[in-house]
Write a protein that binds this ligand. Structure first.
Ligand SMILES: [Zn+2]
Length: 851
């Protein structure tokens, strides 16, 4: 409900008269009074929203405390507002510690009265812009001293508001809208203001979807948020979104599938909060729906991740998004306004806080129970997960343990040599494992065991395949480590066993030798090159001083680096330490077997000049993943090109051109594609990912061919009667029938030709997350480096037709073209930035192949 300024003024006068407020105490201004316009009349920028939040905090220092918890990539502040009663605000720190004591993450007894904690997050998707408008009203209503209801709620509830989770995305949308819209907004669905330009405001600076990043923690916004979140662990977390403009409003109960680890209590309380919402919406005669979409399975959303951390995780969806603007005329003839959208999200916020307050005791009790049984009686078949610390996986293992630390998951070390039985992730068999003291052990007997189970279990059971995201993510596959799931407890020690000292005793070695197994090794090598160190790479296995080295081993000889003088050794050694690389050294270039360091089979690595395509037609996500890889993960220069002027770019300025997933029909017309091919023929390297690869299939000069549907039919019909009723299908089953031909992010084992530079650093196979049933034939004239053979499906949902299609298919390969090369990657190892085990593969494509 929105008061007109006049009515508000009258109400305000009454309050003033009745309670005879001291003259010195100024009445709290509403958002409208502060901003100078009613909420919903225009969009409010982040600066002004934070101005209001700061104003409220300054006016009500006994009710509101602010915390800047980080900065975005574009250096915008990320803020939290803690709202509590006069009694609770001064003891916030005690309340926070109490809460972690309830979760048994901190030892000690709960001190004093403990309120429940509700955390409300707004605008994780930038162009779902209503959320951050609503939060100003929610804050005002909570703090307004004349609001008896909210005063009551705050007696036993602390409310944490994150007014804008994704400011970079939201500003992108709001700034654009202000430029493109008619004065006061134009409701015509054809008005320009309803058509956001590329890349849209939904994702963050690097075009990552922050509502897919809670579990993976690849983006700075998520990393900073998780630090505070893990310090608080609220009982309720609500995430405010918008969906398609024609839809009304969505609140819980959520749709199936629910992950099996969601407790009966969490399911039940979803309904309870839904009931509170229903009352608010029914009273106002607003339309809504429940249970039909928005499932609770994939662990990286703002509802599921908090759920796997003991909270009731909620998603709210208002119809609107980047399409809605200030007003939008819908197909049913009604006009959806920003005013309406604000009112709905304010109501859902209040329903959530009210439910938390009225059920606070039950929420706290169940929260304690959740953590208690997680610690003492963890669910699931497996009680321990063991990660082998074999030399090949040291870099990946280090990334995994860092990650566990971020998530607040405890781990230890086997501590001694021992034998246990476990499920081997790489072959699916249960077998005996010989433990080494430094193997990492993650026990399920810990407060966060449900999160461990969700992230580690080899096969997440899916009660229904109608989910709208990937269906498998098991961390041992994502990190490319050798792991086992064990049914019993495995003894472990908290201290890392001292490993043999690996310090190099040779003072001035003939050459240093570095492994090539993980992203860390790639970072080390590119940093060396950037510092001017000449680096070589072995193409074949070799043996020297009794030690065996694999293809891909990085060789850093003194020869060729003379001009660095004394700085040579210190540079190499200190960088190795910085990147945690186990460096070896030798006094000779003469190998016992393999190729000597001076051989033609030892190639020099160069620093390629890399160009990356962005712009209209390109998937912002696909582009952003590559951009983030270069700038934030390996810190290597990359030049971003744009499709709008690509045909004018003198390609000879670059060594590598990367085409992320996208629609290339308007970008690479016949003439431009011919130009790209000329550049490849003269020595360029073209890397095509996912749908960019599909675009090149069948084009003149490219060896790549799609597995034709006709051939599929022929194979299927082989020896079998064709089913005459095949096309008779029930309309009501259409969504489910479409799933037959889908693969929704499932894990497959890819067979690798590890002798090819594209697979250096890998063993005979690699586990990839396959997200498309686009299948390609083996290259007749090229290198089929990574292929799917017959039975390589590992885990996740795959429709029957898609499963057939993905047999005997090319996933990664290369083709020579003149003096250059084309690299095909149907699997995008940079997807959402979390598939750590695949990143070296992409590194090989850029830095190793064809040099
Ligand atoms: Zn959203």
């Amino acid at each position: 409900m929105i008061f007109t300024p006049l009515k508000r003024m009258a109400a305000l006068m009454l309050v003033l008269l009745n309670v005879q407020l001291a003259v010195a105490q100024q009445a709290l201004q509403s958002p409208a009074e502060f901003l100078g316009y009613e909420l919903g009349e225009q969009f409010t920028t982040q600066n002004r929203i934070l101005d209001y939040v700061k104003y409220v905090a300054a006016q009500a220092p006994n009710r509101v405390k602010l915390q800047e918890y980080g900065r975005t990539y574009e250096n915008r502040p990320l803020m939290l507002a803690f709202v509590a009663s006069d009694e609770n605000l001064p003891r916030l720190e005690q309340i926070r510690e109490n809460n972690l004591r309830q979760a048994q993450l901190v030892t000690g007894q709960v001190q004093g009265n403990q309120p429940a904690i509700a955390w409300l997050s707004y605008n994780v998707h930038g162009n779902e812009s209503v959320s951050s408008e609503s939060v100003m009203q929610v804050l005002y209503d909570l703090v307004n001293p004349s609001n008896a209801q909210s005063k009551q709620w705050l007696q036993n509830t602390v409310v944490i508001l994150d007014p804008m989770v994704n400011p970079d995305g939201r500003e992108r949308y709001v700034q654009w809208y202000q430029q493109a819209s008619n004065r006061g907004g134009n409701a015509s669905p054809y008005a320009w203001e309803h058509y956001e330009p590329w890349p849209g405001g939904r994702p963050n600076h690097y075009y990552f979807d922050l509502n897919r990043d809670w579990a993976w923690q690849t983006q700075v916004e998520s990393q900073e948020r998780l630090k505070v979140y893990n310090n608080w662990l609220p009982q309720v977390h609500a995430d405010f979104h918008e969906m398609g403009v024609e839809s009304p409003y969505y609140f819980s109960p959520a749709a199936k599938p629910f992950h099996e680890s969601i407790t009966p209590w969490q399911r039940q309380f979803q309904n309870t909060i839904g009931e509170y919402n229903r009352q608010y919406f029914d009273k106002n005669n607003w339309l809504y729906f429940t249970r039909e979409s928005f499932d609770l399975f994939y662990p990286s959303y703002g509802d599921t991740w908090p759920t796997y951390n003991g909270a009731i995780g909620m998603t709210y969806e208002q119809g609107g998004s980047g399409r809605a603007g200030l007003a939008y005329k819908k197909q049913d003839g009604d006009t959806l306004t920003l005013h309406d959208r604000i009112a709905h999200h304010v109501a859902a916020s209040k329903a959530t806080i009210q439910a938390t307050s009225e059920k606070a005791d039950q929420l706290k009790q169940e929260f304690r129970k959740y953590y208690d049984s997680s610690l003492k009686n963890p669910e699931g078949n497996y009680k321990s997960f063991v990660i082998k610390s074999s030399s090949g996986s040291i870099g990946n293992l280090r990334m995994l343990t860092d990650y566990l630390g971020q998530q607040g998951i405890a781990y230890g070390y086997a501590g001694k040599s021992n034998s246990v039985k476990g499920y081997n992730y790489s072959n699916g068999k249960t077998e005996s494992i010989k433990l080494a003291p430094e193997d990492v052990v993650i026990s399920m007997y810990q407060p966060k065991s449900i999160l461990v189970k969700v992230l580690f279990e080899p096969n997440a059971s899916l009660e229904d395949s109608l989910t709208y995201d990937i269906t498998s993510w098991s961390l041992p596959y994502a990190y490319g480590v050798q792991a086992y799931a064990v049914r019993g407890k495995v003894d472990m020690s908290q201290t890392k066993p001292a490993t043999e000292s690996t310090s190099i005793t040779i003072e001035k070695p003939y050459a240093y030798l570095a492994p090539w197994h993980s992203l860390q090794d790639l970072k080390f090598t590119t940093k060396l090159m950037e510092k001017g160190v000449k680096v070589r790479m072995a193409e074949r296995p070799f043996e020297i001083d009794g030690t065996k080295y694999e293809p891909g081993t990085v060789i850093i000889t003194r020869t060729g680096n003379e001009r660095m003088g004394g700085a040579f050794d210190s540079t190499v050694r200190s960088l190795a330490q910085q990147f945690n690389v186990q460096l070896g050294a030798t006094t000779t270039g003469f190998v016992t077997s393999g190729a000597d360091f001076g051989s033609g089979n030892v190639r020099s690595l160069k620093m390629p000049k890399v160009a990356l395509m962005s712009g209209e037609g390109i998937s912002p996500y696909g582009f952003g993943e590559v951009w983030h890889f270069f700038e934030q993960q390996i810190n290597y220069p990359v030049t971003v090109l744009n499709t709008s002027y690509f045909s004018q770019v003198p390609l000879h300025e670059f060594d590598v051109l990367i085409l992320p997933s996208g629609f290339y029909g308007n970008v690479l017309d016949e003439k431009t594609l011919e130009k790209v091919q000329d550049w490849v023929r003269s020595g360029g390297k073209l890397i095509a990912l996912e749908s960019a690869m599909s675009y090149l299939a069948g084009k003149k000069g490219f060896e790549l061919k799609r597995k034709s549907d006709a051939e599929q039919d022929k194979e299927k019909g082989n020896g079998k009667e064709k089913d005459p009723y095949k096309n008779l299908r029930a309309y009501a089953n259409r969504e489910r029938a479409a799933l037959d031909s889908e693969v929704q992010g499932s894990i497959f084992r890819i067979d690798l030709d590890k002798t090819h530079p594209l697979a250096f650093g890998y063993s005979d196979n690699y586990f990839a997350l396959v997200r498309s049933s686009n299948a390609f034939e083996f290259l007749a004239d090229g290198w089929n480096v990574g292929v799917l053979k017959k039975d390589n499906y590992t885990t996740g949902f795959v429709g029957k037709e898609a499963k057939d299609k993905l047999k005997d298919a090319l996933i990664i390969g290369t083709q020579n073209m003149g003096r250059g090369e084309v690299v095909y990657l149907a699997d995008n190892p940079l997807f959402r930035g979390f598939w750590q085990g695949g990143k070296l593969l992409f590194g090989n494509a850029v830095f190793v192949v064809g040099q």
